[in-house]
Design a protein around this ligand. Sequence first.
Ligand code: GDP
Ligand code: MG
Length: 164
Amino acid sequence: AKPIVAIVGRPNVGKSTLFNKLIGQRLSIVEDTPGVTRDRIYAQCEWLNHEFMLVDTGGIEPYSEDVILSQMRRQAEVAIESASVIILVTDVRSGVTATDQEVATMLLKSGKPIILCVNKVDSIGDTPAEVYEFYNLGLGDPIPVSSTHGHGTGDLLDEVLKHL
Ligand code: GDP
Ligand code: MG
């Protein structure tokens, strides 16, 4: 079986957009509207001759903080159980949230390789200062990515490969 790379993170940070960009096809549903059912979606992926299964995870139900948190715990548990590498996606625009912190702690305890993606860094050039705040999650170097433009996705995949 191919190793699994799971994409986890809060609703609306851009997990599905990243998933689609990485596989180069629009397979998963990208939604602006909260509350839409989004199933976990798998896709076969290849980067520099390494094959793996990429898994997009999504939320269901209305967005209350409690629901988001319990859903993220479940999401993280499934990822920890099944994935070889976990990509935690965060959003540079919202900064580090309490939920990010909680999930990061959970993931860190698992001992699995965690890659920290700071998404929605749409500008090219110097890394914006806001990205450095994400060091506080204790997951190592944040990788700035723009999932809509595709900036940084190569660096992200290079990092994934190191742990496969
Ligand atoms: P998910 O809930 O984590 O799967 O997030 P989605 O992929 O559905 O994206 C949520 C919203 O963020 C959508 O409106 C996306 O177009 C937007 N988005 C995702 N990635 C980026 C990005 O890199 N830059 C910008 N500006 N918007 C993004
Ligand atoms: Mg999604």
